[in-house]
Design a protein around this ligand. Structure first.
Ligand code: BGP
Length: 475
């Protein structure tokens, strides 16, 4: 059976706010992700229902120190190199570069930090894969503009891109414009810095913000190609096939409309225009989005080169509101699938669903795909040396790598690479805690912020090293 192609980009993924720590170091400004507390207020804040724009240390913010990648990046990248990483996905903290988002000049210390990180990667032949914004908006722009509600955000984002592309044009080739761009529909403060007031037309605000991000993404692509025509620009979707609860046609239709909620973003970023179903949905729901006359052409002319996505679980939906009323809450609502096991956080484990997702995306867009997040969040129990026997993680990853291999070898999907999430333990996005871990590398740090930050290899470290070494043949 044909295996993974030569040059397949094996690696791992992180995000600035979940690993760097040093949240105010060297001139960094405050960003949305710095003010989202762990604990009971986390979901209401991520949803934009609670105003939380100050940085009250009385709240517990593990992300303020996180795993202190800011000061440990050399050690961490050396471990990635030891596993044989070909690529490392990381994100830029916007407020390290522009502390307020609208500053007249960028912050040199922030730019220098990423220069150092990229140099360290390149020293080992590791290709950086850079997310320009991963759940990250300068607080100043939330306070002054209402974040992505405002079209002015596009200008600030363009300036950020211009600076990054110029500075790193010889160090970085692969860029993602927005992490999980569809997240703004589900967790609007997390995804786009949106806060809501009584009486707000929430749906119109979300789709207006989406339009601004889609425009910003297209304009970033345009700037990128001007600065370096060899840049490869990708979009990024929180993906996961949605199944119908029964074979009733109504359930199948409901599942299709759920899929489209996510496809909408990629349809615009990859095909370059608003799909008819979205325009009709907006009309029917009374959603008003202000567009400028030039927007359609900008979207059309600046589509992405590849499609990246995260995949953790599949979803299940029903047309019957009485059935869906019992849906368990999570970032993505889903019914319980009796055929699947779930993680401790209720994320339903479905490797074949990954193969289905790969096929659906490739059928629809016919562009190279990149899995930039996947993995099992679990509670790890280290021994006194920090060693974790994480066979459960190996089992999860093995089954998903097999599904990828089938999609390539049996279905002909064009897959560029695979960067499992949280290749080194880091702060969880949905819980804000350290307890939910994904890494091949254990970091000694707990929810209360205690721990030495010492790094140690889990069992999965050796396993993944062998996978990479054998280009996916030894699983
Ligand atoms: C995605 C995010 C990541 C990441 C991951 C795992 O939605 O892009 O930032 O954290 O999910 O989620 P969690 O950390 O909540 O387990």
């Amino acid at each position: 059976m044909k295996q993974f192609p030569e040059g397949f980009l094996w690696g791992g993924a992180t995000a600035a706010n979940q690993c760097e720590g040093a949240y105010l170091a060297d001139g960094k400004g405050l960003s949305t992700v710095d003010v989202i507390p762990a604990g009971k207020d986390r979901f209401p804040v991520m949803l934009g229902e609670l105003k939380m724009l100050s940085c009250d240390e009385a709240h517990q913010y593990p992300s303020h120190e996180a795993i202190d990648f800011y000061h440990h990046y050399k050690e961490d990248i050396a471990l990635f190199a030891e596993m044989g990483f070909k690529t490392f996905r990381m994100s830029i903290s916007w407020t390290r570069i522009f502390p307020n988002g609208d500053d007249p000049t960028p912050n040199e210390a922030g730019l220098k930090f990423y220069d150092d990180v990229f140099d360290e990667c390149l020293k080992y032949g590791i290709e950086p894969l850079v997310t320009i914004t991963h759940f990250d908006v300068p607080i100043h722009l939330v306070e002054t503009l209402g974040s992505w509600r405002s079209r002015e955000m596009i200008v600030h984002y363009e300036r950020l891109c211009e600076v990054l592309f110029e500075r790193y044009k010889n160090k970085v080739t692969y860029w993602l414009t927005f992490n999980e761009i569809n997240m703004l529909l589900h967790l609007p403060f997390m995804g786009a810095g949106l806060l809501f007031e009584e009486g707000d037309d929430v749906l119109s605000i979300k789709y207006q913000a989406a339009h601004h991000q889609l425009m910003a993404s297209a304009l970033a692509t345009k700037i990128a190609k001007r600065i370096n025509p060899n840049f490869k620009i990708g979009c990024m979707l929180a993906a996961g096939v949605t199944y119908a609860n029964t074979c009733a046609p109504e359930d199948a239709f409901k599942a299709m409309t759920k899929e489209r909620e996510s496809y909408f973003f990629i349809d615009v970023q990859s095909r370059g225009e608003y799909p008819n179903y979205a325009l009709k949905m907006m009309e029917n729901e009374g959603i008003h989005v202000q567009m400028e006359p030039e927007d359609a052409q900008i979207l059309k002319e600046n589509t992405v080169d590849f499609i990246s996505f995260s995949y953790y679980a599949s979803r299940l939906t029903s047309a019957d509101p009485k059935v869906n009323a019992t849906t368990e809450g999570n970032v993505f609502a889903s019914l319980k699938n009796p055929y699947l096991k779930a993680s401790e956080w209720g994320w339903q484990i479905d490797p074949l669903g990954l193969r289905t997702t790969l096929n659906m995306l490739y059928d629809r867009y016919q562009k190279p795909l990149f899995i930039v997040e996947n993995g099992l969040g679990a509670v790890d129990m280290p021994d006194e040396n920090g060693y974790v026997e994480d066979d459960y993680r190996i089992d999860y990853l093995r089954a998903h790598v097999q599904a990828m291999r089938d999609a390539i070898a049996l279905d002909g999907v064009d897959l560029m690479g695979y960067t499992p999430w949280g290749c080194i333990d880091l702060v969880s996005a949905s819980t804000g805690e350290m307890k939910k871990r994904y890494g091949f590398i254990y970091v000694d740090k707990d929810n209360e912020g205690n721990g030495t930050l010492k790094r140690s290899k889990k069992k999965s470290f050796e396993w993944y090293k062998n996978v990479i070494n054998s280009n996916g043949t030894t699983l």
